[in-house]
Ligand binder design. Structure first.
Ligand code: IPM
Ligand code: MG
Length: 353
């Protein structure tokens, strides 16, 4: 089969990590007989430098014409002083909205070989962590009305029944494929939009009688994640709460450089990107960990192209390389073998072959 992939390298370490993921995809193509046709697309800070805007219309259009999008990272100090609506991050919001990607899946998994990396005590971690954060991605305060009124500023959180229902459905479906345990996170003791959220999730739960559903206030959820993370399996929450809790969940795995994400809509087109940012401090030094982007590419194979065997091959290759003791700087520990971005890519490709 032939698949069209829009590749957005972006800023900072983005180009280095996407380069390795592209090489991995090509290796998968060679091995399994697929053609991945990649088109490089400009978005983020580099697009601001080139075209004066973070997401030129032509870039969004290229993504729409593709079967899927692979993104490195956008942003950096160079563009931090720009007004809010002109910053590189706007490219992400524009892509999410423009491509209708309302469901953001952020797995927080503690890899077996990296058990010591978690900042939590071993007795709290137990035999590992595997949490799936399902974040609503095209609504809420990120897209609500905002502005200034004299010396006052405001942002608005707004959710419709339809918006909540479609993200909750995704979470229930994922819970059905996992351990049938769902926690819906809101702030229903304060926010009206959260009360609607809770009503809709509760209503939908009648369609999934096998899934146990708990509702948790976001402040408590933040606490429970560090107190007893093992109580969580699938978490579903709003755009902003999901932004915050997914960072927290990734941190307790101790390996943010390892975590992928998928943003999905109604069709098969998705956007896949590492959870980490553009890390300008190590950009261009062959130090970045490409694994999060490589596993994001594996998620693309699975969710957008329905190539489960191919996805598994990539994930297995990553595990083998880690089990063999190879580490990039961010996950380095005593006695392990330190490698650079490209070498990590080489090792993974070697395993796929
Ligand atoms: C993320 C990021 C983005 C977000 C920013 C960069 C716009 O933090 O993907 O989690 O807040 O969604
Ligand atoms: Mg974030």
């Amino acid at each position: 089969m032939n698949y069209k992939i829009a590749v957005i390298p972006g800023d900072g370490i983005g180009p280095e990590v996407t380069e390795q993921a592209v090489r991995v995809l090509n290796a998968v193509g060679d091995k399994f007989g697929h053609q991945f046709e990649m088109t490089e697309v400009d978005a983020g800070g580099c697009a601001i430098d080139k075209y004066g805007e973070p997401l030129p219309a032509a870039s969004l259009e290229s993504c729409k014409q593709s079967d899927s999008v692979l993104l490195g990272a956008v942003g950096g100090p160079k563009w931090d002083t720009l007004p809010g609506n002109q910053r590189p991050e706007q490219a992400l919001l524009g892509l999410r909205k423009g491509l209708g990607l309302y469901a953001n899946l952020r797995p927080a998994v503690l890899h077996n070989a990296l058990k010591d990396a978690s900042p939590l005590k071993p007795e709290i971690i137990g035999d590992g962590l595997d949490i799936m954060v399902v974040r609503e991605l095209t609504g809420g305060i990120y897209f609500g009305d905002r502005g200034r009124d004299g010396d006052t500023a405001y942002d608005t959180e707004k959710y419709s029944v339809e918006e909540v229902e479609r993200i909750a459905r995704i979470a229930f479906e994922i819970a059905m494929k996992r351990n049938k345990k769902l926690v819906s996170v809101d702030k229903a003791n304060i926010l009206e939009s959260s009360r609607l959220w809770r009503e809709v999730v509760t209503g939908l739960s009648t369609e999934y009688p096998e899934v146990s559903v708990d509702h948790m206030y976001v402040d408590n959820a933040a606490m429970q994640l560090v107190r007893n993370p093992k109580q969580f399996d699938v978490i579903v929450t709003s755009n902003m709460f999901g932004d915050i809790l997914s960072d927290e969940a990734s941190m307790i795995t101790g390996s943010i450089g390892m975590l992928p994400s998928a943003s999905l809509g109604t069709g098969s087109l998705g956007m896949y990107e590492p959870v980490h940012g553009s890390a300008p401090d190590i950009a261009g030094q062959n130090k970045a960990n490409p694994i999060a982007t490589i596993i994001s590419a594996a998620m693309m194979l699975r969710y957008s192209f329905n190539l489960a065997e191919e996805a598994q091959a990539v994930e297995n290759a990553v595990s083998k390389v880690l089990d063999s003791g190879y580490r990039t700087g961010d996950i380095m520990s005593e006695g392990m073998k330190l490698v650079g971005t490209k070498e990590m890519g080489d090792l993974i490709i070697e395993q796929i072959k």
